[in-house]
Ligand binder design. Structure first.
Ligand code: ACO
Length: 431
């Protein structure tokens, strides 16, 4: 069979150029333009990289039109229903679901790595008490590189895996410590009798002098939130981790740059913004006024938790969380919580509104995760750190894949230069 190609015709010169078409196992084919500049002298222009495939990947597949999200071929609904976060982290890193012995070993290694070097605790004291925990995470996760840089060997598969496991294991500890620091409570050490997610809840909300009450529905809902945020293909923060990692940078520093990218309100900061928006609304009567503002082109306000760059029909993660949201609020006896009522009413009104229907703006994962996390007791400024904790599984898997991929290169986009052309320097006194 003849290889598929696409022909580019330069209308200025009449010259024709053939480019190969690359076929994935699912999703649209891609035009391989790696030789474009060499053959034609042109670059491509694609701000935001919306039409650019920057890498080969076998980790996550998204079909935004159909609302499909799969990790290594398993649907997100299936994983949320049957799996747990640590198993999903293993799947992302290794490509296959673990056998019992493999899971037991992975679990033991993660549990073993949850502690951080005692010295790292002193880093926290350098931050103001009111520092945003994302700022603390950027600093402290980046600082992990100073503890492990000497022994780091990018070319050893075992060493790469070790870095990934350490990051997945330590993020809950660092996130919980940043919270305890912000409220002036004692930082707690991980407990041997708890697993990944329950231990995180304990480190967040436990106190040394109290017995901690674990609520299974809460553990399960949080674990689902972690699964739902574990990876999402080449999003802004993952691309940032890949870009930083493509220089050969230390993986802890690369993940720290991903945390920075995640912080923004157009990405990981959105669920915090959802809660802030709901709280500022106050009552159901205020909803029409906010909807009006969201539609007004002269008003920068957007309905937070609605819309997605990739999902244009529905966000499959939002569907899972919608159900989970009701379960948790039931278990906590918070069904009549005013904020949830407000959120449900906002969802109903927005879904019936022409503006939102026409633009295919549906509630995204952040809309529901914000409500669940608030009900569990997380302050809204901790929402994005939780996202970072979960996404560390994806960042590390993508970073590892990049270093094992023969086609990957140093990331270095080009530009359309619109500045001044060459000119002479004029001495200051003559300007
Ligand atoms: N409220 C009101 N109008 C909106 C919203 C919104 N939340 N989102 C998009 N629109 C409108 C735009 O104004 C635009 O209208 P126009 O065609 O009349 O100009 C149209 O819908 C398309 O919007 P774009 O900005 O082109 O859509 P894009 O795909 O670039 O944006 C984004 C996606 C950034 C997520 C956007 O929908 C948004 O800002 N949503 C709110 C923030 C949010 O919830 N982010 C979380 C994303 S999920 C995640 O990161 C896990």
């Amino acid at each position: 069979m003849m290889a598929k190609t696409v022909t580019l015709i330069d209308n200025q010169t009449g010259e024709k150029y053939d480019f190969p078409i690359l076929e994935g196992t699912q999703g649209p084919d891609l035009i391989d333009i790696r030789t474009l500049y060499g053959k034609t002298g042109y670059f491509t222009f694609d701000p935001g990289y919306g039409a650019t495939g920057a890498c080969e990947s076998k980790i996550t597949y998204i079909d935004g039109d159909k609302g499909i999200l799969q990790h290594r071929g398993y649907s997100i609904e299936n994983l949320c229903d049957k799996s747990n976060f640590l198993e999903v982290a293993y799947l992302l890193l290794h490509g296959e679901l673990p056998k019992q012995t493999e899971y037991a070993q992975f679990h033991a290694e993660i549990m073993e790595s949850r502690l951080i070097n005692e010295q790292l605790q002193f880093f926290f004291r350098g931050f103001r008490r009111d520092a945003h925990p994302m700022a603390i995470l950027v600093g402290v996760v980046g600082a992990l590189s100073s503890f492990y840089h000497g022994a780091f060997d990018l070319h050893s598969e075992e060493n790469r895996l070790l870095c990934c496991r350490r990051l997945v294991a330590k993020l809950p500890t660092i996130v919980a410590m940043s919270y305890k620091y912000s409220i002036g409570q004692a930082m707690l050490y991980p407990r041997e009798d708890y697993n990944y997610t329950d231990n995180f809840l304990y480190m967040m909300f436990g106190k040394p002098e109290h017995k901690f009450k674990m609520i299974p529905e809460v553990v399960s809902a949080l674990d689902k939130i972690f699964i739902l945020h574990a990876d999402h293909e080449q999003n802004a923060s993952t691309s940032t981790v890949r870009m930083a990692g493509s220089t050969g940078a230390n993986p802890y520093a690369a993940v720290s740059s991903g945390i920075s990218a995640l912080w923004g309100p157009a990405h990981g900061g959105a669920n915090e913004e959802v809660l802030n928006m709901l709280k500022s609304m106050g009552s159901v009567d205020d909803i029409p006024q906010y909807i009006k503002r969201a539609k007004d082109k002269d008003d920068p306000f957007r309905l937070m938790g609605f819309g997605h760059r990739v999902y244009k029909n529905f966000d499959p993660r939002a569907n899972v969380l919608r159900q989970s949201c009701h379960e948790v609020l039931d278990a906590l006896g918070m069904k009549e919580q005013p904020l949830l009522k407000l959120a449900m009413e906002l969802e109903r009104i927005a879904l019936e509104d022409e503006y939102f229907i026409e633009r295919k703006l549906f509630p995204n994962v952040d809309f529901y995760s914000g409500i669940i996390l608030e009900a569990i007791g997380f302050p809204s400024y901790m929402f994005t750190p939780l996202f970072a904790l979960a996404r560390t599984a994806g960042w590390t898997a993508q970073w590892k894949e990049m270093h094992e991929d023969k086609t990957s290169r140093l990331c270095r986009p080009r530009q359309l230069y619109l500045g001044e052309t060459a000119r002479e320097y004029i001495p200051m006194e003559k300007r």
